[in-house]
Design a protein around this ligand. Structure first.
Ligand SMILES: Cc1cc2nc3c(=O)[nH]c(=O)nc-3n(C[C@H](O)[C@H](O)[C@H](O)COP(=O)(O)OP(=O)(O)OC[C@H]3O[C@@H](n4cnc5c(N)ncnc54)[C@H](O)[C@@H]3O)c2cc1C
Length: 370
């Protein structure tokens, strides 16, 4: 889409066109805010968002996060009706496996939260697991937490659908335009210095993902608590049995493998959270990093892959089609950073998301209502 000449003034300037920034833009526009602008140094989603696996679980042990996740899934399911742009939503549901009585006790607590926020959830027996997922080997399993209405989405299509919704309400998006510096004016407004011109904004939002600390430094914020860690997932070739399925399998979260396992097209997908995880770009981000993946390190995740593939043996029948490896931002408590930056008026944080696809939709809504 052609972009107009850059505007000189805005009520809100959002830095970063990943799912977090675009969701905030969309929700501010829906709340009736005018003069909104989003600046992206590459293309929309070209940071971490484009390569995410897209899982959006509703199972959250925190009341507020459960509301955020529920809004995301409801939005991604319905957004096409509003915007005409498909989000790639798959409402296949999810299962989280229990191996211990403590897991089942925790499930009861989480079910109370989901009942409260209105997200359908059941604690199901091993027999019932077999009915919704015929391929899981049941040995050692005591039951599962089943959320029938969550699933996974296409992160790029979903972000673009929100961008379309925001533009329909008058918001402006400037791509291929890096914010190179930010100045505080005597009026109390912020001047965004961008490659294509300056924009004076009443509010500025740091939604720069992996670059959150670099953008923070532009306004004197040192030590923003967000680092990048490397994460992999693997997609298999088509599987003859999966090809014949009439209904998509639910996403499985297996704490023994420390992995998510799901259907992807007519094949399978597995993504482990490894024990020996690795940080990335600790000395700062290179501004040139855009639409890039990292070199896979399969030896670090092999143990998890083996356990996961034993749990769903169909994985062993087919070859690996692609391996995705990229950076995810993490904060000390693994919650995204949201809200006013300390000591600065009208400068807001909205970055550090480790499951930004699942949280972006809802986080954007509640941030817009702050
Ligand atoms: C392999 C992998 C799988 C994943 N799977 C899932 C999943 O299944 N579910 C899930 O919920 N999450 C998943 N994630 C995590 C998810 O991708 C991130 O949490 C999410 O994309 C973060 O979104 P964001 O908008 O904060 O950051 P980003 O998508 O990185 O967006 C930030 C944007 O800011 C731009 N930017 C930065 N600085 C500037 C500047 N100075 N000027 C202009 N623009 C700037 C960048 O170019 C970038 O596009 C996965 C991540 C990886 C790596």
């Amino acid at each position: 889409m052609p972009e107009d000449k850059i505007i000189s003034h805005a009520k809100v300037g959002i830095i970063g066109g990943g799912i977090m920034g675009v969701s905030l833009l969309y929700h501010l526009a829906k709340e009736g805010w005018k003069d909104l602008v989003l600046i992206e140094k590459g293309e929309l989603t070209s940071g971490s968002t484009w390569h995410a696996a897209g899982q959006c679980p509703q199972m959250m042990g925190s009341y507020n996060l459960a509301k955020i996740h529920l809004h995301s899934t409801n939005l991604y399911r319905e957004l096409e009706k509003e915007t005409g742009q498909s989000t790639g939503w798959h409402g296949c549901g999810s299962l989280r496996i229990a191996y211990k009585q403590e897991d089942l006790d925790w499930f009861k607590y989480v079910k109370g939260i989901l009942d409260n926020v209105g997200a359908p959830a059941e604690i199901i027996s091993t027999n019932e697991i077999k009915k919704v997922h015929p391929f899981i080997k049941l040995d050692e399993i005591l039951g599962a937490f089943y959320t029938p209405e969550d699933g996974h989405t296409d992160p790029t299509s979903t972000t673009n659908a929100m961008a379309k919704g925001a533009r329909n309400h008058g918001a402006k998006i400037y791509r291929k335009n890096r914010v190179t510096d930010i100045k505080l004016l005597s009026s109390g407004e912020w001047k965004l210095i961008t490659e294509k011109g300056d924009i004076v904004c009443e509010h500025v939002v740091n939604a720069a993902g992996s670059y959150g600390p670099e953008v923070g430094q532009m306004v004197g914020l040192k030590n923003i608590p967000s680092i990048n860690m490397i994460h992999h997932y693997l997609v298999t070739d088509e599987h003859p049995t999966i090809r014949k399925l009439k209904k998509e399998l639910p996403v499985v979260r297996d704490p023994m493998a420390s992995a998510y396992l799901r259907q992807e097209g007519k094949g399978l997908l597995i993504g482990p959270y490894e024990k020996n995880t690795k940080c990335w770009a600790l000395n700062g981000m290179d501004w040139k990093f855009d639409m890039e993946l990292l070199e896979p390190e399969l030896d670090r995740i092999e143990e998890h892959l083996n356990i996961g593939m034993d749990r769903i043996p169909e994985f062993k029948d087919v070859g690996i089609k692609k391996i995705i490896c990229g950076p995810i931002t993490h904060t000390p408590d693994d919650n995204f950073l949201a809200g006013p930056a300390p000591g600065l008026k009208n400068f807001w944080m909205f970055c550090g998301a480790s499951i930004g696809i699942a949280q972006g939709g809802g986080a954007g809504k509640y941030m817009a209502q702050w």
